[in-house]
Each structure stands twice: as structure tokens, then as C-alpha cells.
Design a binder for this molecule. Sequence first.
Ligand code: NAP
Length: 339
Amino acid sequence: MTPNRNQMVTLARRPQGKPQREDFLLVEAVIPKPADGEMLIQTLYLSVDPGMRGMMEEPKSYSAGFKVGQPLTGRSVGRVVVSHHADFAAGDFVYERLPWQLYSVSDGRKAKRVDPNVAPLSTYLGVVGVPGFCAYFGLKEIGKPRAGETVVVSGASGAVGMTAVQLAKLESCRVVGIAGGAEKVAYLRDELGLDAVVNYHATDDLRTALDQACPDGIDVYFDNVGGDITQAALSLINHHARIVICGQTSQYNHPSESGKFAPERLIQKSALMQGFVVYDYEDRNDEAVARLGQLIRDGRLQHRENIIEGLENAPQAFIDLFEGKGFGKQLVRLAHITE
Ligand code: NAP
């Protein structure tokens, strides 16, 4: 591709079940020209998120749906290359939900300047971005873990889960992660210091494995995946347990299935289950950035990224999310720059 050409990834058709390569199309396009009050952004990193799957259905999830033939959109970090906007200058780095394309025009209303001197640019899509905010607010405002309690996190190897387990450890809880595969289990146990990790790929009796990992039951269950894993966790909750519903990745490719939800368990245990969207806490993002940033600088919060190169590989990176192939925050890098 020549430098004056744009490229985008569009939704070719709505996926049926698991997404396939044919559901996406890489399309050549022209670079749009910013008008007065607008700027041209070169995207540097795309965030690849399981929640985008819901947006590929006819619109009904918590975000507006994608349109067939139109580019996907996602959380992105980019660099302003041309600015006719009073608040942004060429060379600024910004965070915004942008089309999956190399260059996009923005009116700046939803753009937020990010500083590579405060945190590496990629982390504004991960540990100091929405996944980190989910872990921080979901635990602090809903899970409310207390020292000595048992906290179980599903999807523990993912961007949200990995942060949630570490924040729970910092509250002196007994922390149990659920993840798929020996490498992820070893990392969570040996690098992040979890008290136990259940490898759901390696057992056909998840409930027993989880029971053994949680001898005192479960006080806080932070759910990223839903389905059978959540059923097993709910069967082990203690009185006044708190259940944080952050995501339901195992259900996203089967939107018509209910996930066998058993609300009677909440009654028996006087438990609280609450869902949330990270935007509920939008006005407190600076608080989360300050706390998570400080923990990173202190060496008390680790993060992990899986960076794929090139827009043309973004569809496969998305498909791989549902195969557990990635490990940590899944990103696609569209351009290299010196931060
Ligand atoms: P992520 O980093 O993409 O996590 C991907 C991991 O999910 C995979 O590595 C895999 O780990 C696990 N996974 C994939 N398919 C699975 C399945 N069928 N069963 C069990 N585990 C499966 O995701 P994330 O960014 O941490 O997000 C976690 C959840 O939070 C997602 O559901 C996302 O949609 C949700 N979310 C919610 C909000 C909100 O505002 N509420 C905002 C952002 C994200 P293993 O191989 O270890 O299983």
C-alpha cells in the first residue's frame, strides 16, 4: 500500500456462531480530509475486544451495532497527523473509538489526549484503559473484597481478569483464577502469586476442581466468561457473596442461549449479583488511572499484551479471542512510532 492510501476492515456479513475470516473484508480506501474543527488521526493501536461480537448482531447489546459493509469500530490510540481543531495539534496522541482503518477523521468530541510519558501508549487500551477500569470499579464498587475473603475470577488470563486478580491480592484476599491451558495457569500462579488456579481445559468436573481450590467457599465472584464456568462458581458461593458480572465471553457466539442462569442460588445465599458497564464510572476514570498507574510504577501491578502486527491481521486476532489463543490484552499495531 502506498502511504497516501487508506485501508479499512469492514463487516462483510453478520457472523453465525463463531466469527470466521469471511465475515470481514479488508478494503482499500482514500484518506479522508479533515474539515475545519476536525483532525486526521493515524491509528497506532487497535484494541480487540470480545464485546465487539455482540455489536456484530442486529443492534441490541450495550453499544450500538456494526453495519454490514461499514468498517468495524473499536477503542484505539492514534497520533494526530493534521489538525484543524483548536484543542488538538499535529503530533498529539489521542484515545478514541475509531473505525478499524489506518487513518480516520475525528471532530475531537470524544477524543482524549494520552501521554506516553505517563504510561506506554498501548496500555491506554489495557491496564490503564477500559479493561483496567472494569477490574478496578467492578471490584471496588460491586465486589468489595475484604481481607481474608475468597475471590474467584473467571477469564483470569484476559486483560480484565489479570488486573482483577492482582487488585484482589492487594486487598489480602485468597485469590483463585480460572483459565485455560498450562502456560496461563503457570503465569497466574507463579508470576502473579495467585493462591490457586483452575485450568478448565484440564478437567471435566469443574465444580469439584473449583471446590477444592476454594475450601472456604466463594465470597466474591468476578465473572468475565459466563456459561458453565459461572454455574460452577455460583454453586459454591457463600452467604452475602457478591457477584460482579463484567462479561460473558463464552456466550457471545451463542446469543440465543440463556447460559442456564439459576437465580434461586442468589436467594439461598442472600447474594448480590450486579452487572455494570465501565461507562457507569466514566466520571471517575482519572481516579482509576491514578491508582493503576501508581501500582504499575511501584511494581505492584503487572500487565501483559499480545500485539499482532498489521490491520490485515485484525480479523484473525478477533477470531482468536474466542479460541483462547491470545494471552493478555489483545492489540493490533498499525504503525510503529518512537514514543
Ligand atoms: P480478553 O482479554 O479478550 O480475554 C480473552 C480470554 O477469554 C481468552 O484468552 C480466554 O482465556 C477467555 N475465553 C475466551 N473464550 C472463552 C470461553 N468460551 N470460555 C471461557 N473463557 C474464554 O477479554 P477482556 O478484555 O479481559 O474482557 C473480559 C470480559 O469483560 C469480556 O467478556 C468483555 O466483553 C467484558 N468487558 C466488559 C466491559 C463492561 O463495561 N462491562 C468492558 C470491557 C470488557 P482462557 O484461554 O484462559 O480461557
